[in-house]
Design a protein around this ligand. Structure first.
Ligand code: PLP
Length: 397
């Protein structure tokens, strides 16, 4: 690896940051238990019900339905909520493509409403103007692990008879007004894909406080069966979208570290925020006091607007990486994603264009990401990151 920094001197940072995933003998023991039990799936599952119960309790939810991954979790949540092909689903464009593709999978149509410029979360004040007679649901995305304004979004959804789905893929353990995310809307979905804060390689979960929605989601993910029905009794069309006992075993191990890791990330994020706020050209994101617990899947910060207009975001990233600071570019705004536009046209026959300047500017010019594992490093490591950002941004002035 190149050992030279941007000025040809030593790099600010040469040590690696903590690797991901983190695991120990606990995961090994739990997996071995499953292997030796011979119960890897099918009937009489043990670890999956335990996982569902724990996961629901962590998020103050009544019901949990485990599912193959976070993408189909959204699809099934939308279908359980009654969303049909052709129905419109309001969502923010600053998110992973799965928020939109999960709807497009069955012909539900994403409608993009811009994010707030400072928080990058769906702007409740802009949602109402996007509601049409075809709108059936709103997806709030808790991006980076930061809860969206569930109070406002719930009020708007209720007022217009819409379902509220929480895409909580990045927000395991997050809280809004002291209550877990996921079941504050009608349904919430989570991902256990390998980059996520709780990781089984792949996997997903749906939470809800509504027994009927839970049963419907369960049925859709279990080939149309009903919970107390026979194995070959299929009441509706559903699919096999189940996780395995092996995944549940790993997740039970991972969950045992959730609180400790969340506290460490929170501590380091607080320090990093203080350090960054002191750096000319850098800005951190504000946090709503109602977001009582941030899951910090990402630490996002921005190049301040004046500097961002003069520099190329890729040049900043290249220099930071050269200093050993592992920032990344992040998303392309989904309203500008050609595949999403094309697939939407396939279902609607129209080329739908949405203007979302806040999301576009964040993607193209301002926002930089550090991943959650970086926040599991030491206090001294946060000082290294800040020193790297200070040096690189100063080089553009
Ligand atoms: C990861 C992610 C998903 C999709 O989850 P998978 O398990 O990868 O299918 C959906 N939405 C958001 C915001 C995500 O970050």
């Amino acid at each position: 690896m190149d050992k030279l920094a941007i000025d040809g001197g030593p790099r600010i940072r040469t040590k690696p940051f903590p690797a991901w995933p983190i695991y120990d003998e606990l995961e090994e023991r739990l997996i071995l238990e499953v292997v030796r039990s011979g119960k890897w799936g099918g009937t009489g599952r043990v670890k999956l019900p335990e996982l569902e119960e724990k996961f629901a309790a962590i998020h103050d939810a009544k019901h949990a339905v485990s599912i193959t991954n976070g993408t189909v979790a959204i699809t099934i949540a939308l279908q359980a909520a009654g969303v049909q092909p052709g129905d419109e689903v309001i969502m923010p464009p600053y998110t992973f493509i799965a928020t939109a593709s999960s709807a497009l999978l069955f012909g539900a149509i994403p409608v993009f409403v811009d994010v707030e410029p400072d928080t990058l979360l769906l702007d409740p004040e802009k949602v109402e103007a996007a509601i049409t007679s075809k709108t059936k649901a709103i997806i709030a995305v808790h991006i980076a692990g930061s809860p969206a304004n569930l109070t406002r979004l719930k009020a708007i959804a209720n007022q217009h008879g819409l379902r509220l789905i929480e895409d909580s893929a990045q927000a395991v353990g997050a809280r809004w007004n002291g209550v877990g995310v996921g079941a504050q809307g009608d349904l919430g979905t989570f991902s256990f894909q390998s980059s996520k804060n709780i990781n089984a390689g792949e996997g997903g979960m749906i939470l809800t406080n509504d027994r009927e929605l839970a049963d419907h989601a369960w049925s859709l993910a279990n080939v149309g069966r009903i919970r107390e029905g026979g194995w070959y009794q299929h009441e509706t069309i559903g699919w096999n979208l189940r996780m395995t006992e092996l995944q549940a075993a790993i997740l039970l191990g991972q969950l045992s570290r959730l609180d400790g890791q969340m506290e460490l990330r929170e501590r380091n994020a607080k320090l990093l925020t203080e350090l960054m706020d002191d750096i000319p050209g850098a800005r951190t994101l504000p946090r709503d006091p109602q977001a009582t617990r941030h899951a910090l899947h990402l630490f996002m910060f921005r190049i301040d607007p004046e500097l961002a207009d003069r520099v190329n975001k890729n040049d900043v990233i290249r220099k930071l990486n050269a200093e050993g600071i592992p920032v990344s570019y992040g998303y392309v705004s989904l309203n500008q994603n050609k595949a999403v536009i094309k697939e939407t046209k396939k279902w609607t026959g129209e080329e739908r264009v949405y203007s979302c300047p806040n999301s576009e500017r964040a993607c193209d010019k301002e926002i930089l990401w550090l991943h959650q594992n970086v926040l599991l490093a030491s206090e001294a490591d946060m000082h290294d990151i800040a020193a790297g950002v200070r040096k690189v941004l100063a080089s553009f002035r």
